[in-house]
Design a protein. Structure first.
Length: 412
């Protein structure tokens, strides 16, 4: 094998292919690649394109925050760029490649000034749109070329302060418009109706809540995007949870397994009344854990739910949407345990949508029916790196099931 000299006196120009960069696990290199890729098109002070009806409301400086649309420099059907419901199965590189096309427009506004300016009105109109709308966005400065990544929200590309925006060829969603005009309905009631009766995607409801479209008269406001995502997941999953409490209990243990974006999942439906626990294990060099040891954390709720915000954050509520939807489809009630191993392939956070949508995908597949705690432990050992003993130590529900098994064998 030939040895290649790396003598500092020699001037090498190393070029990696796009495919090589997309496969890299190093988050800094991946971010650098996409920043370089999109910088070529970011030299103008005006952007024209078709917005996927996506908006972003920041939280910094609250209650005075940056509001604005998300706009690519391309026309046509761009709905895929703003529809996380369609992203399950895509690679990390594909997701970032899509979202890097979106420029975030930024305009400072008080959260209560939802109808006190042209840009504020245009943001609400965009959130009401049923399909991608053409837009002209005039900028105050050239976009700041940097990818933005967050544990709750979807990533996006460059950001720029805006001077004005102009919408064209926009079609309003009539169901959303009807509840937007109903100032006697609470925001929660509006969201539940749009989801349950009109099948409006959760991502669209999250945009609507961010834009202040729903709620009682005098109570409406812009809501930071990261807050609206979790709020919608919480509201919708609570409403489904209360319905499934009227169903009969399942008669066996149902187990589901899947892998997506190097997130490894096991979901167990356990016979009994509703209770729910989600446990996560973050391996070193993942987006939440830069230490050398595995980090485990969990959140739990009993039959009546919980009042405090979940320790593991927005992923808890996103996952609760998926499991309650499945139980409603089954017309059954159960206890639910979610185990999640996050390996180092998940080096960049892309938002909690990936929890919700990948669990929806996994739960749409066949279940493995098992009949004992011993079989749960065996399945954990087969599918996961971390031992079943470690999961039991960090799980209220698994520990309870193990204790019940020991007691039942004692009294036999």
């Amino acid at each position: 094998m030939e040895n290649i000299s790396t003598d500092s006196k020699q001037n090498f120009s190393i070029r990696r292919s796009q495919e090589a960069y997309k496969r890299m696990k190093n988050s800094r290199l991946l971010s650098y690649y996409y920043a370089k890729n999109i910088a070529k098109n970011m030299s103008k002070l005006e952007i024209y394109g078709s917005s996927p009806t996506d908006i972003f409301i920041g939280s910094f400086g609250y209650p005075k925050v940056y509001i604005g649309p998300m706009l690519p420099s391309e026309f046509g059907d761009t709905s895929l760029l703003g529809s996380p419901e369609l992203w399950a199965g895509k690679s990390l590189g594909q997701i970032i490649d899509m979202r890097s096309k979106l420029v975030r427009g930024m305009y400072i506004s008080n959260i209560f000034d939802i109808e006190k300016g042209k840009i504020q009105e245009e943001i609400q109109e965009l959130a009401l749109a049923e399909r991608p709308a053409d837009m002209d966005m005039a900028l105050l400065k050239k976009p700041f070329v940097k990818m933005s990544f967050n544990d709750v929200t979807q990533p996006f590309g460059p950001s720029a302060q805006i001077q004005s925006i102009k919408l064209q060829n926009m079609k309003v969603n009539k169901d959303m418009e009807y509840l937007h005009n109903d100032t006697d309905a609470t925001a929660a009631d509006s969201l539940i109706e749009l989801y349950s009766r009109h099948n409006i995607p959760l991502s669209k409801l999250q945009q609507g809540l961010s834009a202040g479209l729903f709620g009682l008269k005098g109570k409406r406001k812009f809501t930071p995007t990261r807050w609206s995502i979790t709020s919608v997941d919480d509201i919708i999953s609570k409403s489904i949870r209360e319905k499934i409490k009227d169903y009969g209990q399942i008669d066996a243990i149902y187990a589901y397994h899947g892998i997506a974006l190097d997130n490894h999942w096991l979901i167990f439906f356990i016979p009994g009344a509703w209770e729910y626990e989600s446990i996560e294990a973050w391996f070193p060099d993942t987006s939440w854990n830069r230490d050398s040891e595995i980090l485990m954390c969990s959140s739990y709720e009993g039959y009546k739910g919980r009042s405090a915000y979940a320790e593991i954050g927005g992923a808890y509520y996103a996952a609760r949407v998926a499991v309650t939807e499945k139980l409603k489809q089954m017309q059954r009630q159960a206890g639910v345990i979610i185990l999640r191993e996050i390996h180092d392939g998940y080096s960049i956070p892309v938002g909690v949508w990936q929890v919700r949508e990948h669990l929806r995908q996994i739960l749409s597949g066949p279940a493995q029916v098992i009949n004992s705690v011993a079989e749960i432990n065996k399945l954990i050992s087969q599918k996961f790196v971390i031992s079943s003993a470690a999961w039991i130590k960090n799980s209220k529900m698994l520990a309870g099931l193990t204790a019940q098994r020991k007691l039942s064998s004692y009294f036999r």
